[in-house]
Design a protein around this ligand. Sequence first.
Ligand code: UD1
Ligand code: CA
Length: 465
Amino acid sequence: MNQAVILAGGHGKRMKAEIPKPMLEVLDVPMLGWVIRACEKAEVSRICVVTGYKAEFIECYLNGAYETALQSERLGTGHAVMQAEKFLKADAEGHTLVLCGDAPFMDSDTIRAALELHTAQNNAVTVITAELADPKGYGRIIRSESDGIAAIVEEKDASLAQKKITEVNSGAYWFRTADLLELLGGLTPQNAQGEYYLTDTIGLALSRGLRAGVYLTENTDVILGANTRKDLLHLRETARRKILDHHMENGVDFTCIEGVVIGTEVEIEAGTVIQPGTILKGKTKIGRGCKIGPNCLIEDTVIGEHCVLNAVQAYSSVIENNVKIGPFVHIRPNSRIRSGVKIGDFVEVKNSVIGEQTSIAHLTYVGDSDVGRKVNFGCGTVTVNYDGISKQRCEIGDSCFIGCNTNLIAPVKLGQGVYTAAGSTITKDVPDYALAVERGTLKVKEGYSLRKLRTRLFPGEKEGK
Ligand code: UD1
Ligand code: CA
C-alpha cells in the first residue's frame, strides 16, 4: 500500500516559537494539518508523523488519529525518516511519500501526478521540484547529462556555480518503500551541517544502479515553506488571498479586504458583503444577502439570510434570518438568535434562546435564558444568572416588556405579556399579563441637601446654622 511519512521533528529555531514549527497556524489550521489534508485528499491515509521538538504538542493535536515516531535528536531529514523504520517495514510493498510538515501548500494533484510519473518511470525515488526566481535557502537540483537528476546540493554545501541553479528541491519525494529502507542504511553525515541528509538518497540510488527521477511542478506554491516569521506571514497572506479569490468566484462581495481573514472551512453564499476587519473562523456558515462587518469576529457560527452584523463577536451559535446585531455585541457559545431579532450596542448574550422579533437595544446581559417572541428589553436589563456557585435560568414569555434597569434574579419566570417597572429587581415568578414592580417607594426630605452643601462648599462656616 502507499503511505506517507511527514517530517515534523524540527525546532524552527529562527521562529523562536514555543511550539514545534509545523504546529504554527496558516489561517486557522496548523501547517501540519494542511499537509495531512493533502495526503488524505490524495488517498494516502496511512500516515506516520515524525516528531521531535516538543513532541507532546503534535501528539495532542493528532489525538491518536495517526502513527507517530519520535526523533529524540535532531540529526537531519534522513535521520528523521530512519525513525519511521518500523512504520515503513510494516508495509514495505508499495511506495512512500515523504513530506515536510512545514510546507503547507503541497496539494493532492501534485502528489498524484508525481506518483504517476514515479511508477511509470519505475524509479526508486522521484523528487518533486520547481523553478524559483529566488532559490535561496533551498537544496539545488543537479541535473545529469541526460537531463535526469544527478544529485541535490544543500545551500550550505553548494559552490557559487551551484547556487545559481534555480531548480530546487521541494522536500517532497516518492520512494519505492523497499529501496528507501535500503538507501537510509547508506546515509552518512559528511556535509557542512554534519547531518544525515535525505537528499543524499539520490546519489546513493544512482550509484547502486537504481533509477532516480524528477517531477517538476509548475505550481511553485507547493514548495513554499517557512523558516522565518517573515516566511510564515508570506504563507498566511498567500493562503488568505487564495481563499478570498475562491469566495469572490462564488459571488461574495468584499468592499475592501484590509484585515479580512477567512478560515479554510468557512462557507458563504452569494450576494453577501464582507467589510474590513472581519475574521471568520472554524465551521462558520453565512447565508445569502448578509452584510458582515466592519470588525466582526465570528467562529463556528451559522448565520441565515439577510442578516446585518456590525462589530460583533459570535462564537458557536446560530443566528437565523433577517437579524440585525451591533455595534459592539458579544454572542457567546450556545446561543440561538431567532429570525427578525434586533440587538443593539453593548449587549452580551450567552447560552440563551432569543425568540423571533425580540428587541434588545442597549446595555443588556442575557445569560442562560429562554426568551419568547416580540419581547422588548429596556436599557440595562440584567439576567442575574449566577449566585457564585451555580448558574440558573430565566424564562421570559412572549411579548414581555422589560423596564429599564430590571434585574431578573434566576431562577425566575415571567409569563406572557408581563411588564416590569423600570429599576425593579424581580425575585419571584410573575403571572401572564401582570405588571411587576419590585423597588423601594420614593421618600422626599425637603431641604435636606442644603446643610450638606454648605459644609462642602464653605468649610470655614460652622455647620447647623
Ligand atoms: C530541506 C531539504 C532541502 C529542501 C528543503 C525544502 C534536506 C537535507 N534538505 O532543507 O533540499 O529544499 O527542505 O523545504 O533534506 N526535520 C526533522 N528532523 C530533523 C530535521 C528536519 O523532522 O532532524 C523536519 C523539519 O521539521 C521540517 C523538514 O524536516 O519539517 C525539513 O527540515 P528543514 O530543516 O526545514 O530542512 P531544510 O534545511 O529547509
Ligand atoms: Ca525548511
